[in-house]
Design a binder for this molecule. Structure first.
Ligand code: CDP
Ligand code: MG
Length: 708
C-alpha cells in the first residue's frame, strides 16, 4: 500500500472512532479549563486522537503536548501510529521518549513518553515550561509514577492565576482514564470538569474452565492450559482473531513455541469447524519486544488466516488490537510486589483481580459480540481473585520516588496529596533506605550525594555503586555493569535439552574468563569481550547470548556515561583515590550500593541476610558460585527469586571489612523515629535524645563485630 493510501485508510478509520463526534466539544473543554478529566472505554480513541485534535487547534503554538503512558511499549507504538496518521517521520513532529531511548527532535511538538520520563523532566524544569498541555494517560492503571505525577500536578498547577516557575501561560492538564473511578479522580483534582466519551460495547459471553482451581495457585501449568484452550478455540469457533493473556516474556515465548508446534499438524479439511479459516498466525506481544515486531501486531492478518496474539497485560488497556473476537484468559499477571519476608520488591506471578478479568474479557466486545474463555474455575474466581487491583504505590518500594519528591522540594512526604495514601511504614522504609545510602541526612534533607543520585534512572543501590566508582575514577568498571543489569535477560535458554546443555557449558565458560568467580564480573566481561570482538553479533550467537540485549546494553552504557560526565562537571563532585587491583575495586564499589543486600553463610549451603530481616537464603543454580558455597563466607547479591526458597541471583563474594563500617547503618535508624523527620516536626531536643540512643546502639554493634 502506498503511503497516502495508508494514510487515507488510517484517516477514515480514525473518523469512525467514538471520540470523533466529540472533537470540537473536547477541544473547547480543554481550552476552558485548567484540569480536565476525560474518560471513555478502551479503544475509543483517547490516546491517539486527542493530541492530534489539540495540535490542529493550535495548542502547540506556545509549547509541546506531552502525553504520558505507564508502559514503554504503549508510548512507542502509539507514537508510531500517530506519526503515520499525521504523515510525518517518527521523531520529527511526533516522537517518543522512554528510558534509554529518546526518539524526539527540535521539531517534536507531540511527545509520547513514559510517566517516569515526565517525572525526570519536572526535576530539570519544575514549571514544565516547554509544555502547553500535559496529558496523563491510563490513570486508571494506577502506576506508581502516574500517581505521583497526579499529586504533583494538583500541588503545582491547580491555580492558573498563580504564575508557576517562570511559565508565561498556565499549563493545561488533561487526565485520561478508562471508565473506572471517574468521580474519585475529579474530586481529587479540585472537582474538575469531566468529559465522558459515550462508547458502545457488545456483549461478551464469559466461560469458566476447569483447569486452574484454588489449589493450583503456585503452579506454572497455566501455560500449557492456555495453549490447549487457544487451539480449541481455533478449531471450534467461527473466524475472528484470538487474544491470549499470559504473564511475561518467557511464558509467552514458550506458549508461542508450543502453538507453532501444534498448529503445524492441523489438517484444515477435518480439524477446523469454520472452513473459511485456513491458517493460524501466532504473534507474541510483551514489553521488551523489538519495535518492528510490535508493529506487526496491529496489521490485519492475510485473508483466511486467523491471528492469535499472545500478550502480557499490556493488551488489557494500553493497546487496542482491532479484530479480536475471542479472549483466552490465564487469570494470572506478573506484578512487582514488596515482599516483607525478604524486605525487597519482587516480580511475582499472582492472580488478577476481578475487575482486571472483566477488562480483559471486554477486549473481545469492541466491534461485535465476543467470547471469553477463562482457564480457571468459578471457585478460583471467588476464592483467589481480589475485587480490585491494589495501586502500585501501595505495594512497591517508594525509595526512588520519595527521593525525587524531596529533590522537588516536597519535604513533607507523608502529607503529599496522594490519590490513595501508601501505608506510612512504606514511606518510612523508603526514608530509611535513603538515609542508609546517604541520600538524605538525619533531618530528611537531600544531601549533595542525593542530588547526584536522583539524576540516574537506576535503582538507588546501583546508582550509589556507580557514583562510588566514578569518585575513584573507575567508572569504566561500573557503567557497563549497570547497563547489563538494566537490560532484559542476556542469556539464551534454548528449549531443547541437548542445546540447553551446550548453552550451559558456554555460559559456564564465560564465567571463568572474568578471572574471578563472581556473577557481576561475568556480566562485565561479557560486555567487554563482545564489545571488543570484530563481529559482536557472531560472538553472541556462538556464546548463546542475546545480541539484541547486548546492543541495548551498549547504548545504555553510553547514555549513563553522558549523565555521569554532566555530573562530574559540577564543582562539588567528590574525588577520592584508591589503589588496589581491579577485581577488588569493583567489589568494594558494589559494596557501597549493595550492603543492604549482604548475606553471611550460616550452615551448609544456607546464608543469612544481615538487613534485620535475617532471612535464610540460597545461591541460585544459575550463579557461577552455585556449589562453591563451602568456600564462601560473606556475599552480596543483586536480587532474589522467591519460590518455596529464597534464592540470591547475581552474587559476589566480599570481605567483611568492606561492609563493616556500613552495616551498622542498617540498624541505626528506627523507622518510627523517622516518622517525625518525615513530618519535619523534629525538635533539637528530640534529635539529641535520638543521637545518644544511636551512639549506644553503635557501641553494641562494635562489640558484636568479632565475626569476620
Ligand atoms: O486510548 P484509547 O484506548 O481510547 O484508544 P486508542 O489507543 O487511541 O485506540 C484507537 C484506535 O487506534 C484503535 O482502534 C486501535 O486499534 C488503533 N491503533 C492502531 O491501529 N495502532 C496503534 N499502534 C495504536 C492504536
Ligand atoms: Mg489509551
Amino acid at each position: 500500500m502506498s503511503k497516502s493510501a495508508r494514510w487515507d485508510k488510517a484517516d477514515s478509520e480514525s473518523k469512525q472512532l467514538p471520540i470523533y463526534k466529540h472533537k470540537d466539544k473536547l477541544v473547547e473543554s480543554v481550552r476552558n479549563s485548567t484540569f480536565l478529566l476525560v474518560s471513555g472505554e478502551t479503544g475509543s480513541g483517547k490516546t491517539t486522537q486527542l493530541p492530534q485534535y489539540l495540535y490542529r487547534a493550535g495548542f502547540c503554538k506556545n509549547g509541546k503536548i506531552g502525553i504520558t503512558q505507564p508502559r514503554r511499549v504503549a508510548a512507542i507504538t502509539v507514537a508510531q501510529r500517530v506519526a503515520q496518521e499525521m504523515q510525518c517521520t517518527l521523531g520529527r513532529e511526533v516522537g517518543y521518549q522512554v528510558r534509554f531511548d529518546d526518539c524526539t527532535s527540535q521539531d517534536t511538538v507531540v511527545k509520547y513518553m513514559t510517566d517516569g520520563c515526565l517525572l525526570r523532566e519536572i526535576l530539570a524544569d519544575p514549571g514544565l515550561s516547554q509544555y502547553s498541555v500535559v496529558i496523563l494517560d491510563e490513570v486508571h492503571e494506577r502506576s506508581l509514577n502516574t500517581d505521583i505525577l497526579l499529586g504533583l500536578m494538583k500541588k503545582k498547577f491547580s491555580n492558573p492565576a498563580k504564575a508557576t516557575d517562570g511559565r508565561s501561560s498556565p499549563l493545561k492538564v488533561v487526565v485520561m482514564s478508562a471508565t473506572l473511578e471517574s468521580d474519585k479522580l475529579s474530586a481529587f483534582l479540585n472537582n474538575c470538569p469531566m468529559f465522558s466519551i459515550p462508547g458502545r460495547t457488545f456483549p461478551v459471553d464469559c466461560m469458566f474452565g476447569s483447569a486452574v482451581g484454588p489449589k493450583d495457585i503456585e503452579s506454572t501449568g497455566y501455560v500449557k492450559e492456555v495453549v490447549k484452550m487457544a487451539l480449541d478455540v481455533h478449531a471450534s469457533q467461527m473466524s475472528g482473531d484470538i487474544l491470549v493473556f499470559l504473564t511475561g516474556q518467557s511464558e509467552i515465548e514458550r506458549a508461542c513455541d508450543l502453538l507453532f508446534e501444534k498448529a503445524e499438524s492441523i489438517d484444515y479439511r477435518y480439524d477446523v469447524e469454520d472452513q473459511t479459516v485456513e491458517g493460524l498466525l501466532i504473534l507474541p506481544l510483551y514489553g521488551s519486544m523489538p519495535t518492528d515486531q510490535q508493529r506487526q501486531i496491529f496489521q490485519p492478518p492475510p485473508p483466511r488466516i486467523r491471528k492469535c496474539v499472545v500478550a502480557t497485560n499490556i493488551a488489557a488497556t494500553s493497546l487496542t488490537i482491532n479484530g479480536i473476537k475471542y479472549i483466552v484468559d490465564s487469570g494470572f499477571v506478573k506484578q512487582l510486589n514488596h515482599n516483607s519476608r525478604v524486605g525487597m520488591d519482587i516480580l511475582e506471578v499472582v492472580p488478577i483481580s476481578k475487575s482486571e478479568a472483566q477488562q480483559r474479557a471486554g477486549r473481545a466486545g469492541r466491534t461485535s459480540a465476543g467470547k471469553c474463555f477463562r482457564i480457571y474455575t468459578k471457585e478460583f474466581w471467588e476464592k483467589c481473585m481480589p475485587d480490585y487491583t491494589v495501586p502500585e504505590l501501595q505495594r512497591t518500594s517508594l525509595t526512588s520516588v520519595i527521593l525525587t519528591l524531596k529533590c522537588l522540594g516536597v519535604h513533607d512526604v507523608i502529607r503529599f496529596p496522594y490519590l490513595d495514601c501508601p501505608e506510612e511504614r512504606f514511606i518510612l522504609e523508603a526514608l530509611k533506605q535513603l538515609y542508609q545510602f546517604d541520600a538524605i541526612d538525619r533531618r530528611g534533607r537531600v544531601t549533595s550525594l542525593g542530588e547526584l543520585m536522583v539524576e540516574f534512572p537506576l535503582q538507588p543501590g546501583l546508582t550509589r555503586a556507580v557514583l562510588k566508582a566514578a569518585t575513584l575514577g573507575c567508572q569504566d568498571l561500573l557503567l557497563p555493569l549497570a547497563a547489563m543489569l538494566s537490560v532484559e535477560n542476556i542469556f539464551i535458554r534454548p528449549g531443547h535439552p541437548e542445546k540447553q546443555k551446550e548453552a550451559d557449558e558456554k555460559h559456564r565458560g564465560l564465567a571463568t574468563i572474568s578471572g574471578s568467580t563472581n556473577d557481576f564480573a561475568t556480566l562485565l566481561s561479557i560486555f567487554q569481550s563482545c564489545k571488543s570482538s570484530d563481529r559482536p553479533s557472531a560472538w553472541c550467537k556462538e556464546n548463546w547470548i542475546h545480541w539484541r540485549a547486548l546492543k541495548s546494553a551498549f547504548s545504555v552504557e553510553t547514555q549513563l556515561g553522558e549523565i555521569l560526565l554532566r555530573l562530574q562537571k559540577r564543582r562539588d563532585f567528590p574525588v577520592e583515590t584508591y589503589d588496589g587491583n581491579k577485581s577488588e575495586i569493583l567489589r568494594r564499589c558494589l559494596c557501597t550500593g549493595y550492603f543492604t543486600n549482604v548475606a553471611r553463610r550460616s550452615m551448609g549451603k544456607m546464608f543469612c541476610t544481615m538487613d534485620g530481616h535475617g532471612s535464610m537464603v540460597h545461591i541460585h543454580p544459575s550463579s557461577s558460585l552455585f556449589d562453591l558455597e563451602a568456600e564462601l563466607n560473606w556475599v552480596i547479591f543483586h536480587d532474589v527469586l522467591v519460590t518455596s526458597r529464597v534464592y540470591m541471583r547475581t552474587v559476589c563474594p566480599i570481605r567483611y571489612e568492606w561492609v563493616k563500617d556500613l552495616l551498622p547503618k542498617l540498624h541505626e535508624v528506627d523507622v518510627y523515629e523517622l516518622s517525625s523527620v518525615a513530618r519535619e516536626e523534629v525538635t533539637d531536643e528530640e534529635m539529641m535524645k535520638w543521637e545518644t540512643k544511636e551512639a549506644a546502639k553503635r557501641q553494641q554493634e562494635v562489640a558484636a563485630e568479632d565475626v569476620t
